[in-house]
Design a protein around this ligand. Sequence first.
Ligand code: PRP
Length: 191
Amino acid sequence: MQDNVSLLYTEDRIAARVRALSHEIAADLPSDFLMVVVLKGAFVFAADLIRELHELNIHPEVGFITLSSYGSGTTSSGIVRVIGTLPDNIAGRRVLLVDDILDTRRTLAHARDLLLKEGAAEVRLCVLLDKPSRQEVTVTADYVGFTIDDVFVVGYGIDFAEAYRGLPYIGIVQQEDTAEPAPSTERADER
Ligand code: PRP
């Protein structure tokens, strides 16, 4: 176990939940949908999700969009920046927008609006983690892995100042400057 990180979801629990999400998605979307992955945080989740979809004979095309709103801190700056370009084949497509976490929801709201402006026929939202207590704009994900309390999570692609993305599990960072104990994780559950 990594110092200063307490366990929230094990690798096995994440894998089971990603598999269940793939079944939900396969039941709803045609095989030729476009999966747009929000970088950087969603790259690990998306890599597992697309392999689970493959097992179900679902083979989406994949594109990426790089958005950033956090800088190096733990709270959102509120300004979502697009870095680089959008996938160029969005018009008329059914899109599954995949992100690691919904926090204030500004990132996914911005990404969804960009894709609709580019002519997407439909944009469905898939997130591994949903933190409804921090919602600032109204966005409801169609597919949610886990609903969590207001804790700062890392691992499985999610960073704290670019660290911890490679942790195979999801944990809660104990921030040294506050020296507060980790909040209870017992209320974090699957939706
Ligand atoms: C994180 C995360 C989500 C977003 C969620 O990205 O990956 O995309 O914040 O926050 P929000 O709901 O408050 O908008 P971040 O800006 O940290 O960039 P990263 O994905 O490169 O780590």
